[in-house]
Design a protein around this ligand. Structure first.
Ligand SMILES: Cc1cc2nc3c(=O)[nH]c(=O)nc-3n(C[C@H](O)[C@H](O)[C@H](O)COP(=O)(O)O)c2cc1C
Length: 307
């Protein structure tokens, strides 16, 4: 499959996840076989007004052959300005039109744009016009079950010049509950001539195959990758490059280049809990990790339980 002129071998991608897909995690997932690892959604306004905290989210390590950034916003001029300023710094720029979070939605950003199709079109066209790289769009089934408009929205994205789209086939109202609607995904695939990337509930080979049956050109893995970068080796049929413990070690080592230990001890707790999830009798270790205030101690604890 191709997005613009960029060719993908398998089309297995890491989904953008706010406060999760940090530069370290993305780098580890790339080692395990994720061909494209998006940044989490990044505020176009934050970048436009020079927020340092926002800029930090754009970091990539050298092992990323391809760099994909995801932007969100509701102002076409600001978004196009940011896209223009990127030049060829990134290989793909994705626009978030699916985020259900109240603070985003009430600002007319994220999934709210599915209820304002003309503004969504304006944003995509403006970004396509100023971009030197492919623009893609990620969205949901619709805002709620009475306003499912993914097919119409997909066609609009294509007309506006998007090089590919990603559908997470749940409504905004559903957030992450229920199941992604693969039959809608199939209809969207049949409605457009640009590649469609499927997102939702891929956690193993069976769910990956079920997603492929919809005819999607590529598949994104989100929650199935939490603490489990090996999912990318499993799905791509490649040998894992290193152990889970080495994955955690690398994840930490990379983040230490960008952030203080003080910040990381708290930030990484959730990742540590995901990394040990599923191990038998792990509760006492989880309690220890969730209170740990020293990264080196956390690593020692993880070494005892991870292989
Ligand atoms: C914690 C979390 C954060 C997310 N943040 C983003 C985001 O920043 N941008 C986005 O487009 N989707 C975001 N998503 C949605 C995922 O990219 C994905 O579409 C969704 O989780 C369904 O896929 P999954 O079942 O594989 O997790 C987020 C999901 C989760 C669980």
């Amino acid at each position: 499959m191709k997005i613009g002129n960029i060719e993908f071998e398998k089309g297995i991608f890491l989904a953008p996840m706010a406060s999760v897909t940090d530069v370290g995690f993305r780098s580890v997932c790339a080692d395990f076989g994720a061909e494209l690892c998006y940044t989490e959604m990044v505020s176009a306004k934050g970048l436009y007004y020079g927020s340092e905290k926002t800029k930090e989210l754009l970091a990539f390590e050298d092992n990323h052959k391809l760099k994909a950034v995801q932007l969100f916003g509701d102002d076409a001029d600001i978004m196009a300005n940011v896209v223009e300023s990127f030049g060829t710094q990134f290989d793909i720029i994705d626009i978030n039109m699916g985020c259900p979070a109240p603070k985003i939605f009430k600002n007319n950003e994220g999934c709210a744009l599915m209820g304002n199709i003309e503004l969504a079109r304006k944003i995509i066209s403006a970004c396509v016009e100023k971009s030197k790289v492919p623009i893609t769009v990620k969205f949901r089934s619709g805002i709620d079950d009475k306003s499912i408009n993914a097919i119409e929205f997909a066609k609009m994205c294509e007309e506006a010049g998007a090089s590919a789209i990603t559908l997470h086939a749940r409504t905004r109202e559903q957030f992450y509950s229920g199941k992604a609607d693969l039959s809608l995904l199939k209809k969207v695939v049949q409605s457009v001539n640009i590649p469609v990337i499927g997102s939702g509930d891929v956690v193993d080979i069976a769910s990956y195959n079920a997603m492929l049956e919809t005819g999607v050109s590529a598949v994104m893995v989100g929650r199935g990758s939490l603490g489990n970068p090996a999912i990318f080796s499993i799905l791509s049929g490649k040998n894992p490059p290193y152990s889970k413990f080495d994955a955690v070690k690398k994840h930490i080592e990379i983040l230490r280049k960008y952030y203080s230990d003080d910040y990381l001890t708290k930030y990484l707790r959730k990742h540590f809990l995901w990394y040990v999830s599923g191990i038998e009798n792990i509760k006492p270790v989880k309690v220890k990790l969730s209170m740990c205030d020293d990264l080196n101690d956390a690593l020692q604890t993880l070494k005892q339980v991870l292989k």
